[in-house]
Design a protein around this ligand. Structure first.
Ligand code: CP
Length: 308
């Protein structure tokens, strides 16, 4: 059986293109499973997984939990705001206590970049990064590129622009790594203040004008402005951001071409994306969410198979 080159999924940076293709092929099989009347397989019947979330989540948390249940794993959920973290317990103590209850795998979201990498140096269980601060969100990038492959028949050679708050976005960094490993051309677009200083070193095109960016691309992945991570003002007002970087039907119609629209969610409707685009036939936003379950089933299954 083919296996992944890593026992943890910490980021896309340390995956190979072969790893990603293996995850996609495995997800194809699980997508068939979750579309059957009986959506469950016994693959992880003897495995216990803890979903450890130190930050809010709707999609990622529910998607991992559904993936685990569809694979027949036992699942426990931990949320930091209702835990003993509030009493001063450290991350390592928290996770070691969870693991001593015979948990085999940890899925973790944490506001600190590098938190899952730190854990991986101290514990034996497999770790899946469900988003670490502004760093990486590997399963989001996998489901995004899988959704591009599904819609366009492949990723290689496609022109993908990521629009918005690149500076604070773990989705942007993981997507850049995944798209490049799979042979896509990548552009980032946003106000100069929301582009990282090191952006040129990532080998992406940079465009400040959203109209030019959209005119170039086949696919636009539109990101949310992450006000909760912004300690200072990066642009004068939300209204101004929307005026210069908001994606709406009028703008897309004026380009006279078909562009696939993606968004990782949650959407700030009327800010980075108008409803007339988000709910249009060109948007694959809910397909991304659907594919997230199959991708996460594939990741969990492939990591668990390394322990057998
Ligand atoms: N896309 C994403 O990570 O969404 P959640 O924050 O709701 O999990």
């Amino acid at each position: 059986m083919e296996t992944l080159s890593t026992k943890h999924l910490l980021g896309i940076k340390n995956l190979t293109a072969k790893d990603i293709e293996l995850i996609f092929e495995t997800a194809d099989e699980f997508k068939d499973v979750i579309n059957r009347p009986i959506k469950k397989v016994p693959s992880l019947r003897d495995i216990t997984i803890a979903n450890v979330f130190f930050e809010n989540s709707t999609r990622t948390k529910l998607s991992f939990e559904l993936a685990e249940k569809r694979l027949s794993a036992d699942v426990v959920n931990f949320s930091s705001n209702s835990s003993s973290v509030a009493k001063g317990e450290t991350l390592l103590d928290t996770v070691n206590n969870i693991l001593s209850m015979k948990v085999d795998m940890i899925v973790m979201r944490h506001p600190s970049p590098g938190a899952p990498h730190f854990l991986s140096r101290h514990i034996a269980a497999n770790i899946v990064n469900a988003g670490d601060g502004t760093h990486e969100h590997p399963t989001q990038a996998l489901l995004d590129t899988y959704s591009i492959r599904e819609k366009h028949g492949g990723v290689a050679g496609k022109k993908v622009v990521i629009i918005g708050d690149i500076l604070h976005s773990r989705v942007a960094l993981s997507n850049i790594f995944a798209l490049q490993k799979l042979g896509a051309e990548v552009m980032v677009c946003g106000p100069i203040t929301l582009l990282p200083k090191f952006i040129d070193s990532l080998g992406v095109k940079v465009e400040l004008d959203v109209r030019k960016a959209l005119a170039w691309c086949d696919i636009a992945n539109v990101l949310r402005i992450q006000l909760e991570r912004q300690q200072i003002k990066y642009f004068p007002s939300i209204r101004e951001y929307t005026m210069y970087y908001g994606v709406n039907k009028q703008l897309l119609d004026s380009l006279n071409k078909e562009i696939t629209i993606m968004h990782p969610g949650p959407i700030n409707r009327g800010v980075e994306l108008n409803s007339d685009v988000a709910d249009s036939e060109h948007a694959i936003i809910l397909n991304q969410v659907e594919n997230g379950v199959a991708i996460r089933m594939a990741v969990l299954y492939l990591l668990a198979s390394l322990n057998q």
